[in-house]
Design a protein around this ligand. Structure first.
Ligand SMILES: [Fe+2]
Length: 453
C-alpha cells in the first residue's frame, strides 16, 4: 500500500494554461535516431467551479505533444474541445462520467434509456484508427484531433461498441477492439475498425478496460466485478458504483477466434481485478497472458480524487502470468514482486507473440514514483526513480536486434521545480539519457503513443 504525499498532489491540480513551446530546455543528449512525437492524453481539470469531480479518471481531457526533431524537443498542450468540455462551462459536469454524475431529473433518466448521451471526455488513451488520430475513453465516442496542432477535429460515435474501446489493439493496419454493450441485450462484442465481427451475450457484464490478443485469439478477461446493466440508466449513482464484486465466481477468460469472430472457449480461474494486460501469445495449445493483477477492485475507489488528495493508501498491481492450459487448467505465476502498472512492451515486434521484457510504472513511497523493467524469462527486475513518472512508452531503435534496444519516454512531475519534464531513459539499463523541461506541471495522465516521424 502506498499513499500520496503533498508533493504529488500537484499532479492532481488543474492545469489551465495551453501553450506551445518551440524548443524546451534540454539536459543530456537525445539519441540521433529518435524522431517523432509522443502524444498523450489525460485529465487536467477536476475542479470545475461549482463542482469538483469524484475521481482521478473524471477530469476534463487534455492532449500533450512532445515532438523530437533534430536533437531538440518542442511541446504543446490543448484541452479537447468536446461536448463534455463545453458542458462543464457552467461549473458542473454535463455528462455521466466514470464516477461522477450530473444531477438529472427522473424524466432525463428514463430518456437516457433510449439515448444514453455518452461522454466524449476522451482522457484515457490515443490511437491511430482507420488513418486518423483519435483520443478515446470508455464510451463509443472517439475524438479526432490534429497530431501537430492538437486541435479537436470532431467527435465520432462508433456505433459498434459501448465501451472498452480505450485500449484497441492494432495488427496489419486494422484496429481490433472489444466492446461491452450495455443497452438492450448486453453482450461482449469483438470489433474490427468500426465493424462488429463477433459477439457473446452476457447477463452481467464485467467492467472491462483492456483485453488480450494473440496471433489467433482475442481474450476478454471477465473478472468478477460485474453489473446488471438495466440498473445504470435509471439511477443517479455514478456508472462505476453499479458494479459489484463477487469473488466466489472467480475469473472467466473468454476466448474469441479473431478470424471467424466466434466465441470458441472459456477458461475459469481465481478471482482477481485487472485494468491492463501487458501481452499474450500462444505456446503449443496453451494461451499465455501477462497482466497487472490486483487482489480485488479496491483500486477503483482508492483512485477517487478526494482520497488521493487526502493521501490515503493505494493498493498496487503486480505483473502476473496466467497460462490457460489446453486441458482447462489455469496456472498463475507472479513474474516480479515489484509493483507495476501501465505496462508497455515492444508492441510493434512482440504484440501477440512471446516477449521478454515488460516496462511499467510502479510505486515505492507515496504515489507512482518508479519506472520498472521486468525480464519475464528470468524475473530480473530493474528500477529507476526520480520524482513522479507516468507510463513509460517504449520506442525501439530502428534496425535493433535486442528487444530492449531503444528508449522509454515518460513524463515526470518534478516536485522541487513544481513542473514536469519528458525524460528519455535507455530502455535496456534504465539510465537517464535526456530530460526536456516543460514550464508548467502536467497533471497525472494515463496513456500515450509515439508517432514516428
Ligand atoms: Fe488504461
Amino acid at each position: 500500500m502506498v499513499s500520496l504525499a503533498t508533493d504529488a498532489t500537484l499532479g492532481l491540480t488543474n492545469l489551465d494554461d495551453e501553450i506551445t513551446v518551440d524548443e524546451l530546455e534540454l539536459e543530456g543528449e537525445l539519441p540521433p535516431w529518435l524522431a517523432g512525437s509522443l502524444l498523450r492524453t489525460g485529465p487536467a481539470r477536476w475542479d470545475l467551479g461549482k463542482q469538483t469531480v469524484n475521481h482521478w479518471f473524471d477530469g476534463l481531457a487534455m492532449l500533450h505533444r512532445f515532438t523530437i526533431d533534430g536533437g531538440s524537443v518542442s511541446y504543446a498542450n490543448r484541452f479537447l474541445r468536446t461536448k463534455a468540455f463545453a458542458g462543464a462551462k457552467d461549473g458542473r459536469v454535463g455528462y455521466r462520467e466514470f464516477a461522477t454524475d450530473p444531477c438529472r431529473s427522473a424524466f432525463q433518466r428514463v430518456a437516457s434509456l433510449f439515448d444514453p448521451g455518452f461522454t466524449d471526455n476522451a482522457n484515457v488513451n490515443v490511437a491511430r484508427i482507420m488513418g486518423k488520430w483519435v483520443a478515446l475513453t470508455e464510451t463509443p465516442m472517439a475524438v479526432t484531433f490534429d497530431p501537430e496542432t492538437l486541435e479537436t477535429l470532431g467527435v465520432t460515435k462508433i456505433p459498434a461498441t459501448t465501451g472498452g474501446l480505450a485500449h484497441p489493439h492494432g495488427d496489419n493496419g486494422k484496429a481490433l477492439s472489444m466492446g461491452v454493450h450495455m443497452t438492450g441485450r448486453p453482450a461482449y462484442r469483438l470489433i474490427e475498425d468500426d465493424r462488429v465481427v463477433g459477439k457473446l451475450p452476457v447477463r452481467r457484464p464485467a467492467y472491462v478496460h483492456s483485453f488480450a490478443m494473440t496471433e489467433r485469439f482475442a481474450v476478454l478477461i471477465e473478472h468478477p466485478y460485474t453489473v446488471n446493466p438495466i440498473t445504470i440508466p435509471l439511477s443517479n449513482k455514478p456508472f462505476i458504483e453499479h458494479f459489484e464484486w463477487h469473488p466466489e465466481k472467480g475469473t472467466r477468460f473468454v476466448v474469441f477466434d479473431r478470424r471467424s469472430g466466434r466465441h470458441v472457449a472459456d477458461w475459469h480461474g481465481p478471482a482477481f481485478f485487472v485494468f491492463h494486460t501487458a501481452n499474450a501469445y500462444e505456446e503449443g495449445d496453451d494461451i499465455v497472458i501477462d497482466l497487472c493483477a490486483y487482489d480485488d477492485p479496491g483500486i477503483v475507489q482508492a483512485l477517487g480524487l478526494q482520497r488521493l488528495r487526502a493521501g490515503e493508501p493505494i493498493p498496487w498491481a503486480r505483473l502476473e502470468r496466467f497460462r490457460l492450459r489446453a486441458g482447462g487448467a489455469v496456472e498463475r505465476t507472479r513474474l516480479s514482486d515489484e509493483p507495476l502498472e501501465l505496462p508497455r512492451i515492444d508492441y510493434g515486434r512482440v504484440n501477440g507473440r512471446p516477449h521478454r521484457y515488460v516496462w511499467g510504472a510502479g510505486a515505492h513511497s507515496d504515489f507512482v514514483d518508479t519506472i520498472v523493467k521486468v525480464d519475464v524469462t528470468t524475473g530480473e527486475t530493474t528500477t529507476w526513480r526520480d520524482g513522479y513518472p507516468g507510463e513509460p512508452v517504449f520506442v525501439g531503435r530502428p534496425g535493433r536486434e535486442e528487444e530492449d534496444d531503444g528508449v522509454l519516454l515518460t513524463v515526470v512531475l518534478e516536485p522541487e521545480r513544481a513542473a514536469s519534464s519528458m525524460v528519455v531513459l535507455d530502455a535496456a539499463t534504465l539510465t537517464e539519457l535526456a530530460r526536456a523541461r516543460v514550464p508548467h506541471h502536467i497533471p497525472f495522465g494515463f496513456h500515450g503513443q509515439f508517432s514516428r516521424a
